[in-house]
Design a binder for this molecule. Structure first.
Ligand SMILES: O=c1[nH]c(=O)c2[nH]c(=O)[nH]c2[nH]1
Length: 300
């Protein structure tokens, strides 16, 4: 044989599941996209076509919907962990499961009257998580996608390298705008050890990211990124070991109004959508391994 099988997985991707909890006339909604990737002893199906060890991807899809009914959806992390544990512990040939979830946020239209079952798609960011399980250890990476943030001052960019092609003018007052994508990895990895409260941990990380964005006098987006990452780790109560951030620099250019006899005292900007600077980095608790792959987050 001149070829051998390398790394492989199979599963059902992007299962769209909406779970309603009916509390009398008040309804609650969870709206997830769930992707399942399974791996283990899968040589035979690739080499000979024998499906004897293959749990159909259709079954993986059905399990998502059945579990949504039977167990409900508390947090995305908890739901993903329940699925990952199920596949790895119920099928001997399945040794590892990876469950990726995106949560689409809905907001209540109102809290009284006939609107207790009415929702509007929230303008909030997308919450995401990726659960890995091999029967012994967990790897839980949570995060957020496309959280738009803008500082209208307290941002400068000066003192950079200039070569023959540099035309950018130094500025001591600019708009700093970005769409934050972040993934953070929890230290927790073993059943029996106290696990984070996933919803609380998410809100804390989000608050720390935005707190650092708003509270840092920025000399570059790189500096702001590092402040965001170190805030999340240092203020996680020891729960987060690693965070990776991807920050497109959404440039805002001061418009030249002198042709119209007008001065522009940092009031009128042209918001450019492309090209954009792209600033990305991982921040680690000292001594912790870097495990979040760079290509897990990219701006759209
Ligand atoms: O915050 C910034 N970092 C850069 O590296 C950079 N480069 C650039 O042209 N503008 C900016 N802004």
């Amino acid at each position: 044989m001149s070829t051998i099988l390398g790394e492989n997985s199979y599963g059902k991707s992007e299962n769209r599941v909406v779970r309603i909890v009916r509390e009398g006339p008040t309804h609650h909604i969870k709206d997830l996209t769930v992707s399942i990737a399974l791996s283990g002893d899968m040589d035979e199906v690739h080499y000979s076509g024998s499906n004897a060890g293959v749990l159909p991807t259709d079954t993986a899809k059905n399990t998502v919907y059945a579990f949504a009914k039977e167990h409900g959806i508390d947090s995305a992390e908890q739901f993903g962990m329940r699925l990952a544990r199920h596949f790895v512990t119920s099928q001997p040939v399945l040794r590892r499961a990876r469950v990726q979830i995106e949560e689409h946020a809905w907001e209540r239209v109102g809290t009284t009257g006939p609107t207790r079952h009415s929702f509007v798609r929230s303008g909030r960011e997308t919450r995401v998580c990726r659960i890995g399980y091999d029967g012994a250890d967990w790897e839980i990476v949570s995060g957020l996608q496309d959280l738009s943030a803008l500082n209208s001052t307290d941002s400068e960019f000066r003192g950079y390298v200039k070569d023959a092609y540099t035309t950018l003018e130094e500025t001591s007052d600019r708009i700093l705008a970005t769409e934050i994508s972040a993934r953070w990895r929890y230290r927790w990895s073993r059943d029996g050890e106290p696990a984070p409260d996933w919803d609380r941990a998410y809100e804390r990380a989000r608050t720390n990211i935005l707190g650092a964005f708003a509270g840092t006098y920025s000399r570059s987006l790189q500096q702001t990124l590092y402040a965001m990452g170190s805030h999340v780790i240092e203020r996680s109560g020891g729960e987060v070991d690693e965070i990776r951030l991807s920050l497109p620099n959404k440039h805002h250019f001061l418009v030249d109004l002198t042709p119209f006899g007008l001065t522009n005292d940092h009031e009128v900007y042209l918001a450019a959508d492309r090209p954009y600077g792209l600033i990305e980095a991982t921040v680690l608790r000292a001594g912790a391994p870097a495990r979040i792959p760079a290509d897990l987050l990219r701006p759209r």
